[in-house]
Design a protein around this ligand. Structure first.
Ligand SMILES: [Zn+2]
Length: 80
């Protein structure tokens, strides 16, 4: 789990836009971050987000739709 104060300062290294924290990435079965602008997935390795464009993975529109179901903000508002 990435601490909330860290989540607030994270941005996509490519477009500097907002990233979504995916609490359970369906393909990778761990946490990840996605940028819906760039369609990139950034993995979280041992709790540390890997925000390198070189190691980011391209994801499809379908994958984004699936992944956003596990968006941290979504899951938080649901549990309230
Ligand atoms: Zn981006």
């Amino acid at each position: 789990m990435v601490p909330e104060h860290i989540l607030e300062i994270l941005a996509c290294p490519s477009c500097k836009g907002e990233v979504h924290y995916i609490v359970k990435d369906i393909a990778y079965e761990k946490e990840s971050f996605i940028c819906t602008n760039c369609k990139l997935r950034f993995k979280v390795i041992d709790g540390i987000p890997d925000f390198l464009i070189e190691t980011a993975e391209k994801i499809s529109e379908e994958e984004i739709k699936e992944l956003l179901k596990y968006d941290y903000q979504n899951s938080k508002s649901k549990s309230l």
